[in-house]
Write a protein that binds this ligand. Structure first.
Ligand code: ATP
Length: 335
């Protein structure tokens, strides 16, 4: 974050992207503008349409806009999503992927009382496309685990717990089989834990965790894990609290932070005003907390909660018939 800026004035990179990305972004900015914060939006292009227009789905100019901003709000990219997001993550050294798993009322959640955060390492592990190679017999994928990267993500998770009044962090690994790589992860987990004596710790194998997420999801507060395990558990978490329309995410890095809904550009409903803006709005709330505007974040979150609780103004994915902007208006009126 650029701390040289005056208090309460932030430069935000806004990248609406493709399809419903544009619609949910418009709805989110509509509500953000009502908050007691001064935002300076700088718009950037990325995604399929941008690629067709400029011959590049992620122009250097957009990367500069993201790099120079205090934070970035990203809507969605279509077919080019993987390239665009992976490149942004690499360029900005975004090492932490955050996926909250929290129940909101009148959504398709399987439980009504779940609230935890998955902190996933995003730079190494078994997830790096150029670390695969073909061999005579088949193929090999390398799983690199470094002390430096794992210490950084584990420390991020403990610090997140401390700053967000969470009392427990769960380390997830498979150290009984991957004794060297996940053995290192587990050792580093307990080393870092010593710096946070006020926070309770536990560690589970990833397979057991997959089961506990279904049988006792209420017992988790913060989960920290390696890249691929985090990828899988994040989507399991999304399934627990139901519906792509309500799942936000954050990518935090050394040179920038990006907040985006988990859903894509949804070409099947794009341009029809049917998209649920709440995932994008919850991503913006994560951004508000990242820049330290917790009070405004609480206000925004409470307004969303009120509209969901009332259950009258909901988009189709949640069983209602309201439009994207009708939901945004209802939320704005409840601030
Ligand atoms: P992309 O190629 O951009 O990933 P997709 O359609 O394959 O697009 P998603 O955009 O994630 O993947 O959408 C999957 C399904 O969920 C679609 O049927 C879409 O309409 C629906 N969906 C996704 N996001 C929302 C939303 N915000 N509101 C309502 N429905 C949504």
């Amino acid at each position: 974050m650029n701390t040289s800026k005056t208090k309460n004035k932030y430069q935000i990179a806004v990248v609406p992207g493709d399809g419903i990305g544009k619609e949910v972004m418009e709805a989110t900015l509509f509500v953000l503008d009502e908050l007691d914060i001064d935002f300076d939006y700088v718009y950037g292009e990325a995604g399929d349409e941008c690629g067709q227009k400029n011959g590049n789905p992620l122009p250097e100019e957009t990367l500069d806009i993201i790099r120079n901003a205090d934070a970035c709000l990203f809507g969605a990219a279509g077919e080019t999503a993987a390239d665009v997001i992976v490149k942004i993550r690499q360029e900005m050294k975004m090492y932490a992927n955050l996926r909250p798993v929290k129940t909101y009322p009148n959504t398709n959640a399987l439980f009504d009382d779940v609230d935890f955060m998955i902190v996933r390492e995003n730079t190494e592990g078994l997830y790096i496309a150029d670390q695969e190679e073909l061999t005579e017999d088949g193929a090999i994928a390398k799983r690199i685990i470094t002390r430096k990267a794992e210490e950084r993500i584990i420390d991020y998770a403990f610090n997140y717990a401390k700053e967000n009044n969470k009392s427990k962090v769960t380390g997830v690994h498979k150290a009984n089989v991957l004794k060297k790589s996940d053995g290192l992860f587990k050792d580093v987990f307990y080393e870092v834990a010593e710096r946070y004596p006020e926070i309770e710790t536990e560690d589970f194998y990833v397979d057991a965790t997959a089961m506990y997420l279904i049988t006792q999801p209420q017992s988790f507060e913060v989960i920290v894990t390696t890249n691929l395990f985090g990828d899988i558990l994040s989507d399991e978490g999304a399934g627990l609290v139901g519906g792509l329309g309500v799942i936000p995410s954050a990518n935090i890095g050394e040179d920038g932070a990006l907040f985006e809904p988990v859903h894509g550009s949804a070409p099947d409903i794009a341009g029809e005003g049917k998209a649920n803006p709440i995932a994008m709005m919850l991503s913006a709330i994560m951004m508000l907390r990242y820049i330290g505007e917790n009070e405004e974040a609480d206000k925004f979150d409470a307004a969303i909660l009120k509209v969901l609780n009332d259950g009258k103004i909901l988009t189709r994915d949640l069983g209602g018939s309201s439009s994207t902007m009708e939901v945004a208006e209802a939320i704005k009126n409840n601030l």
